[in-house]
Design a binder for this molecule. Structure first.
Ligand code: 1GP
Length: 232
């Protein structure tokens, strides 16, 4: 299953704390996207995570949990994505939650289902930036160093440029792509049109669409084709 991630070009990130109707969920799961990533920063708990998982499970699409709260960890996902926020400055949010998670869950972990993501959060206004107190005002060289760190020092499978809620800098995404060889580049943030999805898909291996699902549903659906056509 871990190998399959390498083929993902487009992913929808669904937030268990947000409402989505059955018909819309069906359209998302049958849109041609490569996977559903379940995650969010606030209001995530066991009940709403299990509920969303069971609804996504009606469709034959890979479903991964991006773990952001220990309380929300539940069995049944195909994959578990574990974020490490590389530019977090609050030590509580660097490796301490990971240590505590391992204490509690290690007997149940199948490492063949676990992918660690090196995040760099570039929107200081985002919930994740506030929660983890990320260092802001990063220069391009700082971000490129984090990318190199993810690939060569930490050997992470995924490097995630996270602009959550804000459209990012395609030139920086291009520069990051150019320094990565084995580590897969995820881009997420502010994609609200097929054109934006296509532009980031020029450089990112995988494009993540989140908020648009809840705020601009029909356009969100169109981002799949924009990325896929681009790939063909
Ligand atoms: C959020 O990267 C994802 O973690 C997607 O960002 O919600 O802005 O699309 P948006």
């Amino acid at each position: 299953m871990l190998e399959e991630i390498k083929g993902w070009r487009h992913v929808f990130k669904l937030d268990p704390d947000k409402e989505i109707s059955d018909i819309r969920l069906q359209k998302i799961c049958e849109s041609g996207t490569d996977a559903i990533l379940v995650g969010g920063t606030q209001g995530i708990d066991y009940d709403n995570t299990v509920e969303l998982l069971s609804r996504v499970r009606r469709y034959p699409i890979p479903c991964a949990l991006e773990v952001s709260s220990m309380e929300a960890i539940c069995a049944g996902f195909d994959l578990y994505f574990i974020p490490i926020v590389l530019n977090a400055t609050d030590p509580e949010w660097i490796l301490k939650p990971h240590r505590e998670g391992l204490k509690r869950f290690w007997p149940f972990i199948d490492w063949n289902q676990v992918a660690v993501e090196g995040y760099v959060v570039l929107n200081p206004e985002s919930s994740v930036a506030r929660l983890t107190k990320t260092e802001g005002n990063l220069q391009d060289g700082d971000v490129l160093s984090y990318a190199r760190m993810a690939e060569h020092m930490l050997h992470l499978p995924i490097f995630y440029l996270e602009y959550s809620g804000k459209w990012g800098d395609p030139l920086l995404v291009k520069k990051v792509k150019n320094v990565l060889k084995n580590t897969q580049l995820f881009y997420g943030g502010g994609i609200f049109s097929p054109e934006q999805a296509k532009e980031m898909a020029n450089w990112a291996d995988t494009v993540v669409v989140g908020n648009a699902v809840y705020e601009s549903f029909e356009t969100a659906l169109k981002t799949v084709k924009a990325v896929k056509v681009h790939t063909e």
